[in-house]
Design a protein around this ligand. Sequence first.
Ligand code: IVH
Length: 667
Amino acid sequence: MTTIQQQIETLREELHRHNHNYYVLNAPEITDFEFDRMMRELQELETAHPEYYDENSPTMRVGSDLSKEFQQVAHKYPMLSLGNTYSEGEVTDFYERTRKLLGEEEFEICCEMKYDGTSISLTYENGLLVSAVTRGDGVKGDDVTKNVKTIRTIPLKLQGNDYPASFEIRGEILMPWNVFEKLNEERAANEEALFANPRNAASGTLKLQNSSVVASRKLDAYLYYMLGEDLPCDGHYENLLKAREWGFKTSEVTRKARTLQEVFDFIRYWDSERKNLPVATDGIVLKVNSLRQQRNLGYTAKSPRWAIAYKFRAERACTRLNTISYQVGRTGAITPVANLDPVQLSGTIVKRASLHNADIIESLDLHIGDMVYVEKGGEIIPKITGVDKEARFMVGDKVKFITHCPECGTPLMRNEDEAAHYCPNDKACPPQITGKIEHFIARKAMNIEGIGPETVEQFYNAGLIKNAADLYNLQTADLQLLDRMGERSANNIVDNIRQSTEVPYPRVLFALGIRYVGETVAKKLANAFPNIDLLQEANFDTLIHVDEIGERIAQSVIRYFADEENRRLIERLKEAGLQFSLSENILSERTDKLAGKSIVISGVFTHHSRDEYKALIEQHGGKNVGSISGKTSFILAGENMGPGKLEKANKLSIDIVSEDEFLKMIE
Ligand code: IVH
């Protein structure tokens, strides 16, 4: 392999990994800036060396947000992305290139904010919103019309009468900062995972199946691009003014520039002023205003030649690294946290920054006392992105990841394919014990009110509890001996604990805290194994045959039940009266009318929601699958089943069952 080929391969591998970290794991390890830089380096190498073409190179894709829960629809006009730049020099290049390509003809540049949300394409027919589709892979996207209709700033019916009979308008769906902060506060209070930034919150919300929850999340939308055969004006800016008359929300800060100087004035002003906008922005978009000139300029393979995005550098602060602390989670995972000299960054004071794992510490070459750069980059938890090595003067030791658990002293372990270190002492490491109990009592698990993390620690330190089963032995008298614990609170706590014995089996299963068994997996397991004895006896093969249970979960379940201590815990919880089987009601409603059937759900339904149909399929022993294949038994089809699915079903001669027919089948 040549050095160039080697370089290309390495970049591709790295970019694939970062893509996955960003889009799937939601845990980026590098800044967007660094990512774009690598992507451009790869693009340049690939252009210079077409002999190493690879159709699966990361440069080939525009990113995809497709999910199997929604109908997929082809875009009439593909949703392209914009070329990114980070330097003023490249903006000048863009401007000069445009001038040349237009043969020295005069032109205007429309300067807009680059909104940092999730893009959407809306289609209007005769003044009515008929569909809203996500970007998807740029060629086809998810039909999220029902959810988009809950967004108040998106008109369902247009005002006036001079709109084209049919057109598309594209824009960005956003969660305003204040809504985002409130949502995360609520989620923290409910012990739910926080959204990393408003962009993730907006795209996550748009993909919810329940549109009433979407409505409650108060999304907003800015529209910035109109497409159609008979738009009112030749100017992009002028068309957007028209769109505003018809009822669309368009940005009020968009301006037309006649010179490069005016473009730079706009960029520099908004680089600092954008922090006062109600929604997140991450740059400026510059577009040649005349549609005629846009057509003349045309497109490259991936983006228009008539527009460019100038991305802002994330705000960055420089401060001293004082110490590193290591937190131990309930599963024993160790999280390193940097303690910093307090510093002001994008409106808040930052004292701590996450360091993720040992590899990241190593790649930063951190020393205690170093002056480090911290960035927020749209995330709430700031991260360290670099070290000012020039400022290194009399620094302390190089940061070495700990080898032993800071809480119990046990040597740490690291699995080959994982980035995190673990403390294996799950039986006696205090934060693992209290962490497991905290998980057990959480709202989505046993929902025991009146006890929070501090109370758990207090009980544990007083020697009252060592595991979840001990909670059920607590007596009011024991609790009253504790600090700040009156008779009333003590009574309440004991009552709440007793009440939790009513919590249904799937949630009890979730509460046990078996690794990789979250809420949804717990439900699946409870359905497949209606009591805990059946689950305990299940072997690997039986487990992986359950819908959505993979090898990792199966192994984890087996490991959990192989442990004598866990089995004893369950025995004690059984004695305390907890629910370890599905209720008679649920069991009596279960049938095997759909046993052995693989069913695809498609379209829009009137009697039940999609989720309810999924539950019904499972209740009657069937299996809901995402896509049509030769193994599909039938398609449960509502209205507007996607044409692609219909064609595939016909090709494979798969039966299509209507809502009413289906309900009869399970009657
Ligand atoms: S115009 C063909 N204008 O940035 C160009 N895009 O990489 C169509 N975005 O996917 C896009 N603000 O989600 C345009 N004022 C703006 C924008 C904007 C944000 C997003 C959009 C697009 C991406 C471009």
